[in-house]
Ligand binder design. Structure first.
Ligand SMILES: [Zn+2]
Length: 139
């Protein structure tokens, strides 16, 4: 397990920490965080998940107004559902790609759409071509 979310007991800053270090320094006040004694709000290998938990916990602690909280939730949702365009931009950098690569890139960007349908649309719109069977390239 790599990432944890804790709150600093000195400055109360909620933050993502690297659990491979037993006593990392606080990002806010630099005092050492004793991970053995602190409550951990999240433990896992996903940094993006850890960041979402950080936002959620800090918003609760800061006693946000309902509007602030709604805005924050909106931001979290946006971060969670990455855009197809971002996934495609990363894919384009790789040159040739297959259906599996597209599906993997969409998962990495947390895009919910179906990879096969996205690819069919790209082909139909002449944004990609198929130099050999099953391999695609952006134009
Ligand atoms: Zn601190």
């Amino acid at each position: 397990v790599r990432f944890g979310v804790v709150a600093c007991p000195s400055c109360r800053r909620v933050q993502v920490v690297d659990l491979r270090h037993a006593r990392p320094g606080c990002r806010g006040c630099a005092s050492p965080l004793d991970l053995a004694t602190l409550r951990t709000f999240y433990k896992g290998d996903s940094e993006s998940e850890a960041r979402l938990v950080t936002l959620r916990v800090s918003s609760q602690r800061e006693g946000m107004g309902i509007e602030d909280y709604a805005r924050l939730l909106e931001r979290i949702e946006r971060e969670r559902t990455g855009s197809v365009d971002e996934a495609l931009a990363d894919l384009a950098k790789r040159g040739e790609f297959g259906r599996d690569d597209l599906a993997a890139e969409m998962r990495r960007h947390a895009v919910a759409a179906d990879a096969d349908r996205v690819l069919d649309a790209l082909v139909a719109e002449n944004r990609v071509y198929e130099p050999r069977a099953g391999r695609f390239r952006f134009l």
